[in-house]
Design a protein around this ligand. Structure first.
Ligand SMILES: *[C@@H]1O[C@H](CO)[C@@H](O)[C@H](O)[C@H]1NC(C)=O
Length: 174
């Protein structure tokens, strides 16, 4: 009876220790992985925002990043459409329409196919498509010549997230 209080306490201490240990292991993998990408902070905060990242291997982290690229690109395309609906001036309308043309195939085909490829272990093909997303975001940005550049933040984010995803996939490829 002497241990009736101590025993549960010990179990609790042990449990807390285990949780802390597991968490620091996954944080370790995240920071180790992100250090090998061009944007450490973005990589880390992006992966940490996903609850799945704590029990993912590197391939799983690549998948989480690829999903983030797709959701960001989709969000950007929606935003482009909403700007186009506001009938902007011609000098803005043209580059926006150009951006929609660049983003539509990325959102509809390239990224979904890349994510499928990732699930099937076709990492090279996946990388090809995800790098394309970065290229199209940069091409979209270059289309704005005036002082109004409504998509800079979003294009930069899509481009950087893509580069991070590509770097993580390269780690999987070894
Ligand atoms: C875009 O990526 C950022 C950075 O990871 C994330 O915080 C944000 O939720 C993403 N946006 C969408 C719409 O997925």
């Amino acid at each position: 009876m002497k241990y009736s209080i101590q025993t549960p306490l010990l179990v609790l201490v042990h449990l807390v220790f285990l949780i802390v240990q597991t968490q620091s292991q996954s944080t370790d993998l995240l920071s180790k992985t992100c250090k090998k990408t061009p944007y450490y902070d973005l990589c880390l905060s992006s992966l940490q925002s996903s609850p799945q990242s704590s029990n993912s291997d590197i391939a799983g982290l690549a998948h989480i990043m690829a999903d983030l690229v797709l959701s960001n690109a989709t969000d950007t395309l929606d935003y482009i459409h909403s700007l186009l609906k506001q009938s902007p001036e011609a000098d803005l309308q043209k580059p926006l329409a150009n951006c929609a043309e660049l983003y539509i195939p990325v959102v509809k085909y390239t990224l979904p196919q890349s994510i499928d490829a990732l699930s099937n272990g076709h990492y090279g093909f996946a990388n090809y498509g995800i790098s394309d997303a970065a290229k199209e975001a940069q091409a979209c940005e270059k289309g704005f010549s005036g002082s109004t550049k409504p998509l800079t933040d979003r294009n930069t984010l899509v481009s950087c997230l893509s580069e991070v995803a590509v770097a993580i996939i390269n780690l999987v490829l070894g």
